[in-house]
Design a protein around this ligand. Structure first.
Ligand code: NAP
Ligand code: ZN
Ligand code: ZN
Length: 347
């Protein structure tokens, strides 16, 4: 079994620390990669601290992976040794249900297998994420990376990128639509870039006045400080679609009031404490509240190819892995511009 090492949380209160383990023996349809970069998603923090109550320890986080292929099984068609490959939040699914057949493995009826902290469908071992030296995965769940993009900036596309691209496409964000993005963090800044690139009129909502200038540079037509009641009231009943990318408890009813008749607020942020909805506020304008999780394999490849064509990557602060615990604390203080990415050469 291929040896691996990385950083793991031993329980929900321990800091991440060096940890050795092994990967499954590659199958004929598997590739193995040496990890070059791994993004730091807020979900990694929720999981390392068991805030959703589903974590399995020891837990190696990381699902925004870019690596170099070191091995291809005899059935592999998409990759050659030496090529760059990207792995996101999903490393397996049942491959047979209607969702999987539609390429929406993220909605697998039998439950997709996440990149870390879940039983591997092949050998029952617990999956370990990308804050580590290598990964073994079926080629169906790995993606090719367009040439010419900065690889550290590509890593966050595998979660923050697809998680925002997919709902913006699903709800047909584009020219003539007014769209709000709530929270300018890892997901939020990718949502802003995509919504702007798709041609919508985009309003960025933030609690951080200091991010106003960046939001405008990233493509916002307008920036609203959500603590400013007058500025919020001025936006009432005007949005076709709002994407909420906030990691902590907050009042979503303030945003529902900003939707037009038949507008939708989609939640991709997954705070530890779920929000409450004032149903009256929905009923009177036939508004909807929805959710969305990552994206399927074909759409993830489509998103990467779109980024290659339009030269879109995440804005990143590259860190050595020894700084991961500090990075988690900074993320909680909303002090990240706009994604930490671990340079795995520092492992
Ligand atoms: P992040 O980089 O930490 O960004 C979160 C942003 O939320 C912050 O930058 C901040 O934006 C805002 N925020 C934080 N605390 C707040 C508070 N108390 N009140 C209001 N706003 C607050 O996190 P991320 O990596 O983008 O992840 C965001 C959420 O999405 C997490 O819950 C994560 O688990 C979830 N997620 C979901 C999926 C999915 O498939 N659905 C995929 C990945 C992540 P401002 O400073 O601009 O206010
Ligand atoms: Zn993530
Ligand atoms: Zn399935």
């Amino acid at each position: 079994m291929p040896a691996s090492h990385g950083y793991a949380a031993q329980n929900n209160t321990s800091p991440l620390a060096p940890f050795a383990f092994s990967r499954r023996e590659p199958l004929p349809s598997d590739i193995a990669v040496d990890i070059l970069y791994c993004g730091v998603c807020h979900s990694d923090l929720h999981m390392a601290r068991n805030e959703w109550g589903i974590s399995m320890f020891p837990l190696v986080p990381g699902h925004e992976i870019v690596g170099r292929v070191t091995h291809v099984g005899s059935d592999v068609k998409k990759f050659k040794v030496g090529q760059i490959a990207a792995i996101g939040v999903i490393v397996d699914s049942c491959r047979a249900c209607p969702s999987c057949e539609a390429g929406e493995e993220n909605y697998c009826d039998n439950g997709m297998t996440p990149t870390y902290a879940a039983p591997d469908r092949v050998d029952g071992s617990i999956t370990m994420g990308g804050y580590s030296s290598n990964y073994v995965v079926d080629e169906r769940f790995a993606h090719t990376v367009p040439e010419g993009l900065d690889l550290a900036g590509v890593a966050p596309l595998l979660c923050a990128g697809i998680t925002t691209y997919s709902p913006l496409r699903h709800w047909k964000v584009g020219p003539g639509k007014k769209v709000g993005i709530v929270g300018l963090g890892g997901l939020g800044h990718m949502a802003l870039k995509f919504a702007h690139s798709f041609g919508a009129r985009v309003v960025q909502f933030t609690t951080s006045e200091s991010k106003r200038g960046d939001a405008l540079k990233l493509g916002a037509d307008e920036v609203v400080l959500s603590k400013d009641a007058d500025a919020m009231a001025a936006q009432a009943n005007s949005f076709d679609f709002i994407l909420d990318c906030v990691s902590a408890q907050h009042d979503i009813n303030a945003y529902i009031s900003l939707l037009k008749r038949d507008g939708t607020l989609a939640l991709v942020g997954l705070p530890e404490v779920p929000p409450t909805v004032q149903t009256m506020n929905l009923a009177f304008r036939r508004r909807a509240v929805a959710g969305s999780i990552i994206g399927g394999m074909p759409e993830t490849q489509e998103m990467l190819d779109y980024c290659g064509k339009h030269n879109i990557t995440a804005d990143v602060e590259v860190i050595p892995i020894a700084q991961i615990n500090e990075a988690f604390e900074r993320m909680l203080k909303q002090d990240v511009k706009y994604r930490f990415v671990i340079d795995m050469a520092t492992l």
